[in-house]
Design a protein. Structure first.
Length: 115
């Protein structure tokens, strides 16, 4: 199991920015592909960004060009820089392995974007 703790959420105005962090511990390996998942109010959780061990990245169309995922293997931390925020970005953000498999979910971090 990989234990993941998310932080950095908060309240932002539309057009603003936030930076999320995901600190990993446990059976983490630098080869793990890791991603950020977004769960909007009343919606299912969806993968919005992922980064591989060689830093190949993928983004959902809804965040492409606005969000940037990076990783620091030495610090076992994955980041999500969120720019040009929109009200529809509101929700809880989780980080986890990709695919998530049987790895437990963390508490997530709440992001609220006001219009």
């Amino acid at each position: 199991q990989v234990h993941l703790v998310e932080s950095g959420g908060g309240l932002a105005q539309a057009g603003g920015s936030l930076r999320l962090s995901c600190a990993a511990s446990g059976e983490i390996s630098s080869i793990n592909t890791t991603g950020w998942y977004h769960q909007g109010p009343g919606k299912q959780r969806e993968l919005v960004a992922s980064i591989s061990s060689v830093r190949d990245t993928n983004y959902a169309d809804s965040v492409k060009g606005r969000f940037t995922i990076t990783r620091d293997n030495a610090r076992k931390t994955v980041y999500l820089q969120m720019n040009s925020l929109k009200p529809e970005d509101t929700g809880v953000y989780f980080c986890n392995l990709v695919p998530q498999g049987g790895n437990d979910w963390g508490q997530g971090t709440q992001v609220t974007v006001s219009s």
